[in-house]
Design a protein around this ligand. Structure first.
Ligand SMILES: NC(=O)c1ccc[n+]([C@@H]2O[C@H](COP(=O)([O-])OP(=O)(O)OC[C@H]3O[C@@H](n4cnc5c(N)ncnc54)[C@H](O)[C@@H]3O)[C@@H](O)[C@H]2O)c1
Length: 412
């Protein structure tokens, strides 16, 4: 096997470096900047350390020609949505066209990007066939193996997450399984069709989205009733079958996006996906809800927003809902101070040094970065004015502890 990984982002790079411990691997990214950065030993996503990059045997290329000798091609390019929340298949279309142009008889193309059920064989395969002039199922084959990695999480690394595998036919499935089995210590899980594997991934994130939407709805109801949602959830959680979801912002490249892929396909098939879309709508309301509550507490004082990324301990800003909170505040004439330990520059935002954030009437702790956890409740107290309120969106701090230290906390 000569393996190529196409798209060296949050998913592709860690996968490629892991594969390179067992196989001959070439990583291809069409971004020359990204390839230069990786060749210089730096990964801006912080998923792969400089040491691993220095030691890896994998080759890097920004030219599709650089992977033409490979016979096992893994596609890990983005699958975002457009401004109308419809799937934007542009990157996967581009990658399929490029791969099609270098495809050879006997090659296997495995897609890892999150897509709707049917996308690989109905959308990507025709592009591969057209560009290569080869026939699917006779000349070349496909697999689908969704990536379930959680960037920024150093415990649930790729090797420790069971890998779902599928293939065009039994023989391809065996080959796909044999490659992933080499690197996944948690093991693989075979499914009988590519469509089923695609569906499994997309429902994992849709399920999380819907469950979070339910507790977000509870948070908005209980806020009106002056009931602490976390206390209620902890109490309800003492029942064996109560699911432990917590309210919060749902952003990023996965949970807030993937349900739209499933919804798109459902609509195409003539089904109205009410629950999926209603979950999306509820979760998208949370930034406005938070901003409105901030405005109620703000008075004449300053507002600071700590944390911009879509999740903790990760520099990924894509589709972060913290930006929506800021947008609503701005629309009401409030320009908050902003800080994030992973960023110092961003167009349209002026960052403030953490030490300069003081005397605020509201501090929104939006992302539970370790740097903020380490500050403890007293660290936040120092940033607030006497009557100030800490918006602890991640429920990091114990309410009793906050009370003891005379810090007023608002949380979802
Ligand atoms: N980030 C996550 O948390 C996560 C987790 C599981 C699954 N996924 C899925 O994995 C896929 C990739 O996500 P990501 O977060 O790694 O994206 P990313 O944006 O971090 O990386 C994608 C890379 O692909 C490159 N690229 C785009 N088009 C290309 C092309 N035609 N040829 C070669 N390279 C190309 C880009 O330059 C970029 O470096 C998506 O479908 C996503 O839904 C992501």
């Amino acid at each position: 096997m000569k393996i190529a990984v196409i798209g060296l982002g949050y998913v592709g790079l860690p996968l490629a470096t892991l594969l390179a411990e067992h196989f001959e691997v070439t990583g291809y990214d069409r971004s020359t900047g990204r390839i230069k950065e990786l060749e210089s030993g730096h990964d801006k996503t912080l998923e792969v350390t400089p040491e691993v990059l220095r030691k890896t045997s994998m080759k890097f290329t920004d030219s599709i020609e650089g992977i033409k000798d490979c016979n096992f091609l893994i596609v890990t390019v983005p699958t975002p949505v457009d401004e109308k929340n419809n799937p934007d298949l542009g990157p996967i279309e581009g990658a399929s066209n490029e791969v099609g142009a270098i495809l050879k008889k006997g090659d296997i193309v495995v897609y890892e990007s999150t897509v709707y059920p049917g996308c690989t064989e109905e959308f990507c395969v025709p592009l591969l066939e057209e560009k290569s002039g080869l026939k699917y199922g006779t000349d070349f084959f496909c697999g689908y193996s969704p990536e379930r990695v959680n960037p920024g999480d150093k415990n649930h690394t790729i090797d420790k997450i069971v890998k779902i595998v599928s293939g065009t036919n039994q023989e391809t499935l065996e080959k796909v399984d044999s490659v992933y089995s080499k690197i996944i210590t948690a093991g693989t899980h075979r499914v009988s069709t590519i469509k089923a594997a695609e569906a499994a991934k997309v429902i994992e994130n849709a399920q999380r989205d819907i469950n979070i939407a339910f507790v977000n709805e509870l948070a908005m109801i209980f806020n009106k009733m002056n009931i602490d949602t976390k206390e209620v959830l902890e109490a309800a959680g003492t029942k064996w079958n109560f699911l432990p979801f917590r309210p919060g912002l749902v952003g990023g490249h996965c949970i807030g996006v993937d349900p739209y892929y499933l919804a798109h396909k459902a609509v195409e098939m003539g089904y109205d996906p009410n629950i999926i879309l209603s979950g999306r709508k509820t979760n998208d309301e949370i930034p406005r809800f938070v901003a409105q509550e901030v405005l109620k507490k703000k008075g004449e004082g300053k507002v600071a927003v700590l944390g911009l990324t879509f999740k903790e301990n990760c520099p990924d800003l894509r589709n972060s809902k913290v930006f929506d909170i800021i947008k609503y505040l701005r629309s009401e004439g409030v320009e908050p101070l902003v800080h994030d330990p992973y960023h110092t520059e961003l167009e349209g935002y002026k960052f403030t040094d953490l030490s300069e954030i003081q005397d605020c009437s509201v501090v929104v702790l939006a992302v539970a970065h370790d740097a903020y956890k380490e500050m403890g409740i007293m660290g936040f107290k120092q940033k607030l004015s006497a009557q100030g309120t800490l918006f602890d969106l991640k429920s990091l701090f114990d309410l009793k502890d906050a009370q003891k230290n005379e810090v007023t906390v608002w949380r979802l």
